[in-house]
Structure formats: C-alpha cells, structure tokens
Design a protein around this ligand. Structure first.
Ligand code: F6P
Length: 285
C-alpha cells in the first residue's frame, strides 16, 4: 500500500523534472496562503502531485503547501494522508540552483506522531529521491528507472554549518553558536533551498542546518507539515536529531513530539548530527 504512494511519487518526480526543464519561471499574480508569490511551475507541480496522489485508493487525503486547506476524499477506505511541498525553493529556481519536493506520509491525521514515512525529491544535475521509513534510502533516476544507491547515515559529528534566516535578526545566543562552530572549523554551505542544503548534510555525513526564531520571524519560516516534520523524520532515521520549538515557548524539544494548531504553521528548527544538536540545546537553553 505504502509502495503505491512511493511509486506514484517517483513517477510524479519525473514529470516535475520535465516541467522544470521546459518552463519559464514567471511569477503569477497569485500568492499562496503563506504569502509566497507563486510561480507557474509551483502551481503545475502542485497539480501533478495532487492529481496522482488523490487517484490512489490507499490515500484518503492530501495537504499541500500551495492549497489553503487539506483535501479529504469522500467515502475513501484509504489508510494514508500525504502532506507535500510540491516545489520548495522556487525563489532560487530562476538562478538554476537545485530545488526539491518534500513529502510526509501519515496514518490517522497530520500530526508528527503519526508520520510513518517521509522523503524528498531533488531536481539537480541528477534527479534523485530520498525515502525514510526504517532507514533512509537514496535513489537516482537513470536510464528511465529508479535505482537504490544505498542508505544515508549520519556520523556523530559533521563539518558543515548551514545557517538560515536574516543574520541581523538572529538572537545573540544564536549568533554566538553559529560563530563558535565556524571557529571550530565548520565550513559554510547554504544555497537557500532547504532540500539541497539538507541533502548536502545527509550526503556528507552531518553538520548543522538551522532556521531559528528571529526578531522579524519569531516562528521561523519553515513550515511544519511541508518541510520540518518530513526532514525531522529523515534526520532521526539517519541517526541524527531534529529539535525545534512552537509558539511563544522557545525551549527546544524533539520536533516529532511537537503538536501544531494549523496546517500552515511554521516553527524554528535545527537538524544535525548528535554533536551539533547538543551544541544547539546548550546554546539555546
Ligand atoms: O521555505 C522556502 C525556503 O526557500 C527553503 O527552501 C529555504 O531553506 C529557506 O526558504 C531559505 O530562507 P532564507 O532565504 O530566509 O534563508
């Protein structure tokens, strides 16, 4: 059953990859519910995933970053719900940087504790996909087929620092943390696309990606259902950790224990190997 969803996502990935190769990256007049300007390709990618997923018997509902509300099928016997960001990082697509699609598959309802699998597709020089269930499997698309090239496992400590958010709006404790990692020898890697930035950490065995609470965005920027929960699940299954906070309570907890009030909610988040997440917990105490 779950296999049918993964198969459908792999087929959709090939369609979206084709779309990116031939589309103009023009903005539409519309914005999505979060207020992001929409590109034509955002809407087309959304339609591809939406149609394919809603066509599966095993899926009882979906929720997309580009849709205001979750969509539930009437009289469905399906077991699964899928939340997705059809095209993450569309602000960097016109510079020809890598972008991605992110998805989380849930039982029962869209709460982090019911997440049973998650993954992402990366549209880069190669088309790749990563799917986390019990382990984190890495696939590449080549000669019209998807091939599993192994699992992604994080070391206890990495060498990369990927700090998101506007630096002038960081808290002093966050500035000190980021600077101290650079002083330890960590190297800066940040493209502005969550998928390529986190994929880089996963492929290189670890490091820290942070998108903290800032003075202009106290709840961070990254969306719980479409970005944060799926990557938290992937990082944990790869042997790393993911912590964040919600609302006014800025004390950090395991992201997959957090409960959200609305499907488009964002939250401050930190993904990394064990060493870096220990450093985050200490710095943000
Ligand atoms: O949510 C969209 C997104 O483009 C993510 O893919 C990325 O990690 C983040 O925004 C970058 O934001 P900023 O430009 O504020 O660092």
């Amino acid at each position: 059953m779950l296999y049918s969803i993964i198969d459908a996502l792999q087929k959709s990935a090939v369609c979206v990859d084709g779309l990116l190769k031939k589309c103009d990256f023009d903005y539409l007049e519309s914005t999505n519910i979060t207020g992001d300007n929409q590109l034509g390709v955002d809407v087309e990618a959304n339609n591809i995933f939406k149609e394919v997923l809603l066509g599966l018997d095993s899926v009882k509902g979906i929720c997309s970053e580009e849709e205001d509300e979750a969509i539930y099928k009437k009289d469905s016997n399906g077991m699964y719900l899928v939340a997705f960001d059809p095209l993450d990082g569309s602000s960097i697509v016109s510079s020809n940087l890598s972008v991605g699609s992110i998805f989380g598959i849930y039982n029962e309802d869209f709460s982090a504790k019911n997440l049973i699998a998650s993954g992402y597709i990366i549209y880069g020089p190669r088309l790749e996909m990563v799917i986390a269930q019990d382990s984190v499997n890495h696939y590449i698309y080549n000669n019209e087929e998807w091939r599993n090239i192994g699992s992604l496992i994080l070391n206890d400590k990495g060498k990369i620092n990927s700090p998101g958010g506007t630096q002038k709006n960081w808290s002093t404790k966050h500035k000190i943390l980021i600077e101290s990692l650079f002083l330890e020898g960590y190297r800066l890697r940040y493209s502005g696309g969550m998928v390529p930035d986190l994929h880089n950490l996963l492929c290189k065995g670890g490091g820290l990606f942070s998108y903290p609470s800032t003075s202009d965005a106290p709840n961070g920027k990254l969306r719980a259902l479409f970005e944060v929960f799926p990557f938290a699940f992937i990082f944990e299954k790869a042997g790393g950790e993911a912590v964040g906070s919600i609302g006014d309570n800025l004390s950090l907890c395991r992201i997959l224990d957090l409960e959200i009030d609305s499907i488009h909610q964002s939250l401050p988040c930190f993904f990394g190997s064990k060493y870096e997440i220990d450093r985050v917990k200490l710095a943000h105490k």
